[in-house]
Structures are given as structure tokens and as C-alpha cells.
Design a protein. Structure first.
Length: 83
């Protein structure tokens, strides 16, 4: 799979997660209005997990795009320099 295809695939995954975030935010607002504490806690936890997933996907996309730019082979640990 080419870097371009990888970047597109990761972007599609990002878009799916962003859609889920929107749905959860709408449901969370309704739960807050209804003063449903248990559901609010659950949905906030779900948002935290989705946020973590977005961070990971965005990091993955950054690594793929770096590979497109110069053909450099970067370590998955981006604290290390590219070779």
C-alpha cells in the first residue's frame, strides 16, 4: 500500500471517529439536560477514549505524511531522529 493510500485510509478512520465524537457529544448534552449522572459519566469516559483514539490516528497520519515528503524512514518513536 502506498503512503498516499495509507494517509487516505487513516483520514477515513479519523473521519469515522470524529462522527462518533459528534454523536456522543449530542447524547451527552441530552444526558446533562436530563440530569442523568450515570449516563453523563459513561459518555464522558467514551469521549476520553475517542479523544485518545484521535490522537493516535493523527500521529499515525503524521508519520505516513512524513514518509511521503522525503522518503525518510522514521522510527515509530518520533522522539528519535529520522535516519
Amino acid at each position: 500500500m502506498s503512503n498516499r493510500e495509507q494517509a487516505q485510509e487513516v483520514q477515513q478512520q479519523i473521519n469515522v471517529v470524529l462522527g462518533e465524537v459528534s454523536e456522543v457529544e449530542i447524547t451527552l448534552a441530552a444526558a446533562e439536560q436530563a440530569d442523568n449522572g450515570e449516563k453523563v459519566r459513561f459518555l464522558r469516559g467514551r469521549l476520553e477514549k475517542l479523544d485518545s483514539q484521535l490522537v493516535s490516528l493523527r500521529e499515525e497520519k503524521t508519520l505516513v505524511l512524513r514518509g511521503q515528503q522525503g522518503g525518510e524512514h522514521c522510527s515509530p518513536n518520533y522522539y528519535l531522529p529520522c535516519s
